[in-house]
Ligand binder design. Sequence first.
Ligand code: FE2
Length: 265
Amino acid sequence: MKLIVLSDIHLTVEGRPIIGINPSERLDLALAHAGRHHPDAARYVLLGDLAHLGQNRAYRALAGRMNALGKPFTPMLGNHDNRENFRKAFPDAPDDGAGFVQSYLDTATDRLIFLDTLHPEATPHHSGHLCAARLGWLERALNGAGGRRISVFMHHPPLAVGFPGMDAIALANPADFWAIAKGKIAHLFCGHVHRTISGQTHGAGFSIFKSPAHQMPMDMTSADSALSVAEPGAYGIILLNDDAIIAHSEDFTLNLASESDPASA
Ligand SMILES: [Fe+2]
């Protein structure tokens, strides 16, 4: 099964730019590129930070785009999102029974678990949190997987990745998460950092995806969590094969030009 991942879309209204980048244009380019190159994708996963300022109009614009694709998609929340406004535009979005946007999806071989780490009252602001209700739901989803290989999708990484500014606003209670999840997860997929990062933690592989819009600069000293750089926009491609889980990153803004050049193949 192939999944397309759009993380940190940060949609604004009226094309308002972020460091000179129009997130709306980037979303359109990403969807067009993915549609051309990956018509066999089974699902799109929107890995949180859907709307930069959590505005109704941004969610409505995103919903219009995604509904027009005609593909299944799983919208998730990040620290920039507003759960109430999101639900108005995505009334069919998952609900774990406690109001959180959490769900799981089973294939014959895999269980994909989608978590909601948005906590508007988080300290520090913009960090993520999994409360007892969400952790309880996660524990049931993990224990009910029936032997399937488990992948977990969550906006905030439950680990520090080496960027002091972003590490300060990662998931605020990673120990609570790992107390439940350790040894049960094959792979973890996160957003939030706006950078391609991979590795392994607590026995699980992990992949973090870039944004279609602005990226995190390679600065491992700054404590600023708002650093942004106009490196190429990207989306992720996940292959869930029988013998491996594979994560690709497609810098689609680099490849737009080469697509029109037949000699570049
Ligand atoms: Fe973001």
